[in-house]
Design a protein around this ligand. Structure first.
Ligand code: MN
Ligand code: MN
Length: 286
């Protein structure tokens, strides 16, 4: 199902699968893209950029070279989105079944449906410029524009959307049933009190954390398939990862489309490292 990319592994993630606690894999898929193609190159660009950084994370005091992380390479995606969802579901189920934490690099947001279905968490937290609450887009119910809608149908108790600023009127009406914190809410209130509210609401329930790269203002990280201005900044999203990451049983960073000078992939690579370091330092899981 996947192959090993010896020259393009994430930096410092050199533990064998059997011994790993965290398992990174990529899903270079962008076939339902609606605007600018290229997120299939996201996993590669994130891995390349990961070599820019020191293995030590000073905030958590964790040296990533000492954390058992494996990078098992990329899924070879099918063409149809529902087939890719099944591929990710199977792989993430295997990783979770082996008692490990899946860390997925997209690819377009569609891939998240499979990983979340594998976990079936009680809570889903997503950072995204878009509500992704369409029932279908371009004829497919598994388009990247339908991700949160599909997950809302799976029996997840609570869905938290952070940073949204784009969607149809119908999607915003539907969003009222979810816990929606718009980009304007984050700007008005600050990210810290919002995250405290979300952490209290989650409590001891299980959770999956998904970051769509376009939640960040496209003026800061322009390597995106569907760029939107007036968004969060990278420090806001880092705060999300540091605060909520330790509660998550699975994590993904999706929708990096490396058409920029590398800044979007640099932020993504750091978020993956921040997730693993903060999870390792503070996880409530065994
Ligand atoms: Mn999305
Ligand atoms: Mn988006």
């Amino acid at each position: 199902m996947f192959y090993h990319l010896n020259h393009h592994q994430f930096a410092d993630f050199e533990t064998a699968y059997e011994d790993a606690r965290y398992v990174v894999f990529g899903v270079p898929y962008d076939s339902t893209v609606s605007f600018r193609p290229g997120t299939r190159f996201g996993p590669r660009s994130i891995r390349e950029m990961s070599y820019n950084f020191e293995s030590f994370e000073p905030h958590s005091g964790i040296d990533l070279a000492a954390v058992p992380c494996a990078d098992i390479g990329d899924v070879e995606p099918e063409l149809r989105p529902e087939a890719v969802v099944e591929q990710v579901l199977a792989l993430a189920s295997d990783i979770l079944g082996d008692g490990k934490v899946p860390v997925m690099l997209g690819g377009e947001h569609t891939v998240t449906i499979g990983a979340v279905r594998a976990l079936m968490p009680e809570c889903f937290v997503v950072c995204d410029a878009h509500l992704d609450l369409r029932d279908e887009l371009s004829g497919s119910p598994y388009s990247h524009g339908c991700v949160t809608r599909r997950l809302a149908e799976t029996g997840i108790e609570d869905i938290f959307i952070i940073g949204a600023r784009s969607g149809t009127r119908e999607q915003f009406v539907r969003g009222q049933d979810l816990r929606l914190y718009t980009a304007d809410d984050v700007r008005a209130r600050g990210i810290v009190p919002i995250l405290e509210e979300i952490r209290e609401a989650i409590g001891t329930r299980s959770m999956y954390l998904s970051i769509d790269a376009d939640v960040i203002d496209c003026c800061l990280t322009p390597g995106l398939g569907t760029p939107e201005p007036f968004g969060l900044n990278p420090l806001d999203v880092r705060e999300v990862v540091r605060t909520l990451g330790p509660l998550a049983s699975g994590f993904d960073y999706v929708e990096v489309c490396p058409v920029d000078a590398g800044q979007t992939a640099a932020v993504a690579a750091q978020m993956v490292r921040e997730f693993i370091a903060s999870h390792r330092a503070k996880s409530r899981l065994p």
